[in-house]
Design a protein. Structure first.
Length: 383
């Protein structure tokens, strides 16, 4: 058991696949609304979702239940993903399952219902032989990496480094609201701003927050999406921690948070990109690479949800969130036929896997997995 992962495309040997067990609902509070602001307001009717201001005035949060059928079908699909990877010869590790009666978690001045460790790419960054737990931006996910602790400990005992970035306090005043307030940045046009952060005796000012899924790993080069001050502080810490071992490149507001439904590297010199304009947003040194742009998503390939009951958390582009097994083989949602045909035309081998409710649970195959061992080394793909 060896931690060794420098990229997202060389041959995959070991991976953590998340768990969807007992994913019962979402705690909608300021942290949740801010993180999902672009999707909640940009891709659906503004009247469809009551905003946080209309939630409980005392707690300033609302628990949004997920229909049992959707939760069960998600669990089926995630377990099938794990079985598919194991069947392809990849060693699969799993987090602890969140119990159905999990107690609420609490910080200084807030509490939230915990979520299972499903999108394991988000709160951890693997760089070579080091595990870096990243500072979460959603309160309900504050302790999520504790469900991964047994796997991390096993890698640590086998020689891996294990680091945790400074944990934010996550009071209302910890968050930079500029992205949500700058309506020009949102894909859906003018949106309702998130207002009313409340002062707390625990305030320390804006804090670092950075998800692993904001980082595109390309050997010695790391491309990091930065949309506001919380991210910038996280990248600054990362640069100081890594020293001259890596080159860190910032991209400005390619997305609100995660980069892996905007652009992913399929092999050296080749990106999968949401649209042609991605090239111009990338660091100049990567603009000469080939950018594969699939057809626009077919909305008919997604389940139809109830505007008043089902909280959609991702854009229709979520199926670009693919997982590469090697430089020629890619796991793709079986329902995304346009992307499958595009990749096959580019001479990739596609492994179709079912994932029905990707828009309800905020992730695709890249989000659901954390590759811990790939054959590639700390290569300089720009030399």
């Amino acid at each position: 058991m060896r931690l060794h992962s420098h990229d997202d495309f060389t041959t995959l040997r070991e991976v953590i696949v998340g768990s969807a067990a007992n994913y019962l609902g979402h705690d909608r509070d300021l942290s949740f609304e801010l993180f999902h602001h672009e999707t909640l307001t940009g891709f659906r009717s503004a009247w469809a979702y009551p905003r946080l201001a209309q939630a409980d005035a005392d707690t300033r949060r609302e628990n949004w239940a997920i229909k049992e059928r959707y939760a069960e079908e998600l669990h089926e699909d995630v377990e099938a993903l794990a079985a598919t990877l194991a069947g392809l010869g990849v060693t699969v590790h799993r987090p602890l399952a969140l119990p159905p009666d999990a107690a609420r978690i609490a910080g200084l001045g807030w509490e939230a219902a915990p979520t299972p460790a499903l999108n394991v790419r988000d709160n951890t960054l693997i760089l070579g032989g080091e595990i870096i737990e990243t500072p979460p931006a959603i309160r309900s996910r504050y302790l999520e990496t504790r469900l991964l602790a047994p796997v991390f400990r096993a890698y640590f005992e086998a020689g891996a480094r294990w680091t945790t970035m400074p944990r934010p306090t996550l009071t209302d005043m910890s968050f930079d609201l500029s992205y949500a307030r700058d309506t020009a940045t949102t894909l859906g046009g003018p949106t309702e701003a998130i207002d009313g952060p409340q002062p707390s005796p625990y305030d320390v000012g804006l804090e670092m927050m950075l998800d692993g899924a904001q980082v595109l790993r390309l050997g010695r080069d790391l491309v990091v999406n930065v949309a506001q001050s919380n991210h910038e502080q996280g990248v600054h810490w990362l640069e100081r921690h890594l020293g001259d071992r890596y080159r860190v490149h910032r991209v400005w507001r390619m997305a609100d948070n995660h980069i892996d439904s905007m652009v992913l590297a399929l092999r050296p010199g080749v990106f999968l990109a949401r649209h042609d304009g991605i090239r111009d947003l990338m660091p100049e040194s990567f603009r000469s690479w080939r950018y594969i742009v699939p057809p626009e998503p077919d909305l008919g390939s997604f389940p139809v949800y109830d505007d008043y009951e089902d909280l959609v958390l991702t854009s229709p582009y979520i199926d670009l969130n693919v997982l590469s097994l090697d430089e020629n083989t890619v796991l793709v949602n079986e329902q995304c036929t346009g992307l499958i045909k595009t990749l096959e035309a580019e001479h990739f081998t596609v492994v179709p896997v079912r994932h029905r409710h990707r828009r309800l649970f905020g992730g695709g195959f890249h989000c659901f997995t954390l590759d811990t061992c790939r054959e590639g080394g700390l290569e300089d793909y720009l030399s």
